[in-house]
Design a protein around this ligand. Structure first.
Ligand code: ADE
Ligand code: ZN
Length: 332
């Protein structure tokens, strides 16, 4: 099973680039940029990565992101993730970034997007890895702030395929961002949103009906509404599920309690993703392995999950077919 996971080419659709900041790079950038971090050594960092919910994680994640200052820092961050993609056999990736986390500190939007895009261009040239970039609005901030960020993104429209919604979910429902998502859609962006991660399934309905999203990030709370499950199945609305994240943030107590197998068996379009791999103990393959070790996941399930990662991606049909054929070839 582990061999199968490793050998299949995969796409990743839910990865916060700031969440791929490994402690080693955090220390190196903190020293270079003279930024204080509240850790003495790597051991200290690992100990701090013990979360009780989404917010306790976000507090540490935003503190870590402060070491990212220059365009080169964003290049290095993205390049290190690309090297993981090579190890993991991820051939296509759709990367989230949180511009407001950086622009709030005075880092120019241009530095962030340019560093990321240059690393992704090199990834294509050196390894053939294809990618898209999705800009997320921080939902704990206002819709007005999101409008400002959307404006800042306009000169980079060619570089950014879509907009998303992340950060503190509880108390910040999708409805808060209805107008800015409408404007983003009119501007031609694809739309995604974190919904039904910690908050109940009403947030998923809002994301579908008020934001008109193309894909749901997490969405695991949909299991509590039979009516929603039917709708998601009929529409084949993709859910980018992140098992390690859900365990680390206590959405489920253990891997054995995770509902991904039920969602998949019901016929939903589910993929497996790493969310914030530097914080949640592993990249995509480790997410698959943890599922296989704890749930009755079959080889057919793995193939379906992997194929869904391409089907739910924002690449064109021709490239999709090419990648799906590569999966079939790897299976032979
Ligand atoms: N930002 C980074 N990871 C996140 C998650 N799992 N949920 C919401 N916002 C995030
Ligand atoms: Zn996420």
């Amino acid at each position: 099973m582990i061999d199968l996971i490793k050998k299949l080419p995969k796409a990743e659709l839910h990865l916060h680039i700031e969440g791929s900041l490994e402690p080693e790079l955090m220390f190196r950038l903190a020293k270079k940029n003279k930024i204080d971090i509240p850790y003495n050594d790597i051991e200290d960092v690992r100990k701090a990565y013990d979360f009780s919910n989404l917010q306790t994680f976000l507090d540490i994640y935003y503190a870590g992101a402060k070491v990212l200052v220059t365009k080169d820092d964003f290049y290095d961050l993205t390049w290190e993730y690309i090297l993981k993609c090579v190890e993991e056999n991820i051939v296509h990736t759709e990367i989230f970034f949180d511009p407001q986390t950086h622009t709030e500190r005075g880092v120019p939007f241009t530095a962030v997007i340019t560093g990321i895009k240059e690393a992704l261009a090199d990834a294509k040239e050196k390894y053939g890895i294809t990618s898209c970039v999705i800009m997320c609005f921080l939902r704990h901030l206002s819709q007005e702030d999101a409008f400002v960020t959307l404006e800042e993104a306009m000169p980079f429209k060619e570089d950014i395929i879509g907009v998303g919604l992340d950060s503190s979910e509880l108390g910040n429902p999708p409805s808060k961002f209805k107008e800015v998502f409408k404007k983003a859609k009119e501007a031609g962006f694809k739309l995604v949103a974190h919904a039904g991660e910690e908050a109940d399934y009403s947030y998923i309905y809002e994301a579908l009906d008020l934001l008109n999203i193309d894909r749901i990030d997490h969405g695991v709370q949909s299991i509590n509404s039979p009516e929603l499950m039917t709708r998601l199945k009929n529409e084949q609305m993709p859910l980018t599920v992140c098992p390690n994240s859900n365990i680390e943030l206590r959405v489920f107590d253990t891997y054995k309690d995770h509902n991904i197998k039920e969602l998949l068996d019901y016929g939903l379009n589910i993929s497996v993703n790493s969310d914030d791999p530097a914080y949640f103990k592993g990249y995509v393959n480790q997410n698959f392995i943890n599922l296989c070790e704890n749930l009755p996941i079959t080889e057919d399930d793995i193939v379906t999950l992997v194929k869904n990662s391409f089907r739910a991606s924002f690449i064109d049909d021709e490239l999709k077919e090419k990648y799906l054929a590569q999966v079939d070839l790897a299976l032979q």
